[in-house]
Design a protein around this ligand. Structure first.
Ligand code: PLP
Length: 230
């Protein structure tokens, strides 16, 4: 077994335990392998281990992997996306996790050749260093997105604050789920908002207990080959 396979087994065990604690089905959560800090070779190992969803957070990293990897996988863009970089990214990805402003939506509308599945990024913890909308602005933002036919809001995304306090992390995830459910109930045609992208290497079990449907896992799965990459 490769390192990645071993790590994946461990992660799946933990995920399944968390899903069953929450009375959820085992198929309810999808792992996005965050390969931003590792090589093409390590990324290939991830695919060979059976994962079909990959996440990158920079246009350069994404394009490098796309050039080298022909496998039929789903690409998730999980980083802040500069408006001027939309053109080089948007038609190569299946999911965008960082929709956080109208100017970005406008550029996507202009550049995308088909409807794009997007998560609205929410800064639940209101940390200065984090991107995303405040909780109270999300509903009006999604309302404004109705005029962009190339954008489908499939869910909400957040990053938990850097803290060891599990309760703080859990509350962030719980608040995001409440907001997601509230929006889903509105049955907005281009914003089904049924998904929750939350949980990373350090907190994916809590995220799953609180309803995550996509977890974004890097270090715990593939380690880190390059230092200093956020
Ligand atoms: C890097 C990154 C991850 C993965 O983080 P790990 O702690 O390595 O699992 C998840 N989500 C986002 C937005 C990231 O930038």
């Amino acid at each position: 077994m490769t390192n990645v396979q071993q790590n994946l087994e461990t992660i799946k065990d933990h995920m399944n335990a968390a899903l069953s604690r929450a009375n959820r089905q085992l198929s309810d959560a999808t792992i996005i392998a965050v390969t931003k800090a590792v090589s093409v070779e390590r990324t290939v190992e991830v695919i060979e281990a059976g994962l079909q969803h990959l996440g990158e957070n920079r246009p350069e990293g994404l394009n490098k992997k796309l050039d080298a990897i022909q496998s039929d996988v789903k690409w998730h863009y999980i980083g802040t996306l500069q408006t001027r970089k939309v053109k080089s990214v948007i038609n190569h990805i299946d999911f965008l996790h960082s929709l956080d402003r109208i100017s970005l939506a406008e550029e996507i509308e202009k550049r995308a050749t088909s409807t794009k599945d997007c998560f609205v990024q929410v800064n639940v913890s209101e940390e200065q260093s984090k991107h995303g909308l405040s909780m109270e602005n999300v509903e009006s933002f999604i309302g404004e997105l109705e005029k962009y036919s190339r954008i489908r809001v499939i869910g909400l995304m957040t990053m938990a604050p850097n803290t060891d306090d599990e309760n703080i992390i859990r509350n962030v995830f719980r608040n995001l789920k409440q907001l997601q459910e509230k929006i889903a109930l509105k049955k907005i045609s281009n914003a089904p908002c049924t998904e929750l992208s939350m949980g990373m290497s350090g907190d994916y079990e809590i995220a799953i207990e609180e309803g995550a449907t996509f977890v974004r896992i890097g270090t715990a799965l593939v380690g880190k080959e390059r230092e200093g990459i956020q």
